[in-house]
Design a binder for this molecule. Structure first.
Ligand code: BES
Ligand code: MN
Ligand code: ZN
Length: 490
């Protein structure tokens, strides 16, 4: 999909999106233009007939003539306006406009007068408009005949504002990363095996001139990642470990390692999951898909930041060769893990990935993982759990995530959690009871990193929706990709 900025006269879209507030009569330039085209019928509909009053996500369709249709969407009350609400409105409007356009081109305005309200600058509003629209237009159509694709999104840039150009470009790269990750999550686990994803990583590295280190089962063994290996040993699809690096031309301002959980299917292992819980477990590699999307955007945006992306890829299956309860595993750093439950496999694979990241000499380590069902109980499907060992890093990330329309909530990691994982025969067990499941998992992870700024994002509730929310339809969400890219750029 193309994203272009245009002036009003240059628009070629047959469907145009306009926004209005519930409690503000000031109308945008595009609105005035279209009202004029319709000889005042548009404002008559709104002011006289109250066909739309501007309530949050309220919509009204109007045909000006055979060639131009308008979709008006309400942004709600100006006083209650936020960036996130804006993004949700853009996504919703784009999704509806997609069903209206015949020439596969949608135009959307960037309203100046909402900027003051949501602490917007022109660049951010453009970025958020593009990412929001792309979220609304997303569909995984590889396996369906009815491909209703919008080819071009035209953003109105009335004064040829450079900030809007910059934001549009950023938004396009962020959107590409999200689409990439969502497509990979949607793909069958039959196809998206560890080897498939490793090959994909290699292609990405070639295309973007990134350093690539790809390890097969044999080489993973040589690295002493025996905890990770154990998780994958029950599957005919062998594990792979990937590490891509983006290096800026100049000396990097900071160095960040991103680790994505990469379980290409989580059947639970010998502690097999019930059918309903297993249903969406092809999405257990969302972390891996996300970091692979992110590094492509980073390679395009060329920040002066060194970025490593890492994933330990494997399947968690039941079979004669599967790892078992009671097994004692030794991670790369020599720490031992008693397997209490084979379904708590993510933390075992991440343990070795974190040890690997320790050797890279980076300033920050961030992992993103569909790690615990407990985070869904605690925070639901629209808030990502954030934990770590450096409050500054967490605070900075929280600020960025709010700016780029995503919700995070911090959960604690404290020493007391240690008791939950006490083992008599190893350094720790991998699970312990139902209580404080998300924090306990994070405490477990904290034992495998030496980084002074390590942060963990538990996206088990937010990565894959069973029910649509105000922004995204059911299925993969691409959660935290917007925040992570902007965090790296910050
Ligand atoms: N991949 C799951 C976590 C998950 C659950 C992701 C629901 C997305 C939606 C993880 O590997 C897992 O199975 N965790 C167990 C841990 C338990 C055995 C301590 C869980 O949360 O039930
Ligand atoms: Mn599991
Ligand atoms: Zn899992």
């Amino acid at each position: 999909m193309r994203f272009v900025t245009k002036n009003i006269e240059e628009l070629s879209s047959d469907t145009l999106i306009c926004f209005i507030f519930e409690d503000d009569d000031e109308k945008s330039e595009l609105f005035k233009y279209l009202d004029n085209l319709s000889n005042g019928q548009l404002s008559e509909q709104i002011f006289d007939y109250k066909s739309i009053t501007g309530k949050f996500q309220e919509t009204f369709k109007f045909s000006i003539n055979k060639n131009i249709k308008v979709l008006i969407e309400g942004l709600g009350k100006k006083s209650e306006f936020t960036r996130q609400k804006y993004s949700q409105c853009v996504a919703n409007a784009a999704r509806i406009a997609k069903t209206m356009t015949k020439n596969k081109t949608i135009g959307i305005e960037i309203i100046e007068h909402c900027c003051q309200n949501a602490n917007f600058n022109q660049e951010d509003i453009a970025q958020i408009t593009v990412s929001g629209a792309r979220i609304g237009l997303y569909q995984f159509d590889k396996y369906i005949k009815d491909k209703n694709k919008v080819e071009t999104l035209e953003l109105l840039n009335l004064n040829n504002n450079l900030e809007i150009e910059k934001g549009t470009e950023k938004g396009a790269f962020v959107s590409f990363a999200m689409k990439f990750a969502k497509d990979l999550v949607n793909e069958s686990a039959q196809i998206a095996t560890p080897l498939y994803i490793a090959n994909l990583a290699e292609e990405i590295a070639k295309e973007h001139k990134l350093e690539a280190k790809i390890y097969n089962k044999h080489q993973i063994k040589e690295l002493n990642m025996n905890a990770f290996l154990a998780v994958g040993q029950g599957s005919v699809n062998e594990p792979m470990f990937i590490h891509l690096t983006y290096k800026p031309n100049n000396t990097p301002r900071k160095k960040i390692a991103l680790i994505g959980k990469g379980i290409t299917f989580d059947a639970g292992g010998m502690n097999i999951k019930p059918a309903t819980s297993m249903l969406t477990m092809k999405s257990d590699m969302t972390g891996a898909a996300s970091v692979l999307g992110i590094i492509q955007a980073i390679a395009k945006l060329q920040p002066d930041v060194e970025v490593h992306v890492i994933s330990a890829l494997c399947e968690n299956m039941t079979s004669g060769s599967a790892y078992k309860q009671g097994d004692i595993l030794t991670a790369m750093n020599g720490k031992t893990i008693e397997v209490d439950n084979t379904d708590a496999e993510g933390r075992i694979t991440l343990a070795d990935a974190l040890c690997y990241a320790d050797k890279l000499n980076v300033d920050e380590v961030i992992d993103i993982a569909t790690l615990t069902g407990a985070v869904i109980v605690a925070l639901g499907n629209n808030i990502t759990g954030i934990m770590g060992n450096n409050q500054n890093q967490i605070n900075n990330f929280k600020e960025i995530s709010e700016k780029y329309c995503e919700n995070v909530w911090q959960m604690p990691i404290i020493d007391e959690l240690k008791d939950n994982l006490k083992s008599e025969i190893a350094d720790f067990k991998n699970t312990g009871g139902r209580n404080a499941g998300t924090s306990t998992a994070a405490w477990f992870l904290s034992n495998f990193t030496k980084s002074k700024a390590w942060m963990h994002l538990d996206i088990a509730g937010t990565a894959y929706l069973e029910k649509s929310n105000k922004e995204t339809l059911s299925g993969p969400t691409g959660v935290m990709i917007r925040s992570l890219i902007n965090y790296i750029l910050s």
